[in-house]
Every structure is written in structure tokens, then in C-alpha cells.
Design a binder for this molecule. Sequence first.
Ligand SMILES: [Zn+2]
Ligand SMILES: [Zn+2]
Ligand SMILES: [Zn+2]
Length: 172
Amino acid sequence: MSKEIISSTFPSPQHNHSECVDAALGEAERLCRIRDLRLTPLRKRVFELIWQSHRPVTAYELLDRLVQDGRRAQAPTVYRSLEFLTECGLVHRVESMNAYVGCNQPSRGHEVGFFICEACGDVAELADPALSSSVTKGAKQLGFTVHSRLIEVRGTCRACTAIKTDDPKRML
Ligand SMILES: [Zn+2]
Ligand SMILES: [Zn+2]
Ligand SMILES: [Zn+2]
């Protein structure tokens, strides 16, 4: 586990998203090669579909897209691909949304928390070892056994806040 704070940022609405996709795909292929894992065509396609944006996608949305691709994919196959991708740390599950989002630092193992923008649906990661250790400390004092330390913070990202303050009517 990394000791540093690893956080992704909310991308600007004008950013060139194909660069994000290329970088993520390149990194996924590199990691699978090093770790001797198979990025099968289906796993790769699921990964690409998750990376279509910075918004988490559900397994059913993925299944729909795969069927549109002309694949005879079924829910269990999609879940197996998602399990593979989450286990390698290439994607994360956002529990409160029951959906998946790509990780942009998959080579560094990290516990993960999220900032979730309720306006645009984008998600940024926060992995802060200080947070985890204060949870561990608190639990220890209570004699509490931790099963999950889910941190999912909801709010509004910078870009959406700017739109809101520019012209309140646009958000209505
Ligand atoms: Zn992007
Ligand atoms: Zn991550
Ligand atoms: Zn937003």
C-alpha cells in the first residue's frame, strides 16, 4: 500500500478524453503483461467502455453496450470481467452507485474513496493513508472489527459549481 495521498482530479469539461483512454489502456496492457494476466478481448472491451467517461457505469449499461457491439454477452460474463478488472485494480467499484469507474493509478495499490459530483456524475478518487489509519486507530480504541471503510463524498465539482454561480437558471 502506498503511503502517499493518491487522488485523481475532476477533468475539465474541455479536456481531450481520448488521451485519458489511451493512457488507461496502455497502462492496463502494461500491467497485465508484467503480472502475466490475460486482458482478453472481452475484458479489454469492458475496460474501454468503463473508460468512455469519468462517470461510473453499471454492469447493465455495460451489458447493453456489448449487445450493441453485436456480442452475445450475458450478465455473468460481464460480472466476471468486472471482477477481473477490479481485482487487478484497473477499475474500482463505487458502492453507493453500484457502478464501476476506471482507476488512473492502477500500478499503485491503494484503498480508495471517492468524491462524486451530483451534477455531472463524474467521480474523482481520494486515497489518503492518513484517513485509513485514523479509522484503524478509532476502531482499535472501540474494539471494533472493520469490514469496510467506504468513503464516498457527494457534492459538486469545480466545473459544475462554476456553471451554477454563472447562471443559476442553467441548472434548473
Ligand atoms: Zn478524460
Ligand atoms: Zn484507483
Ligand atoms: Zn460536476
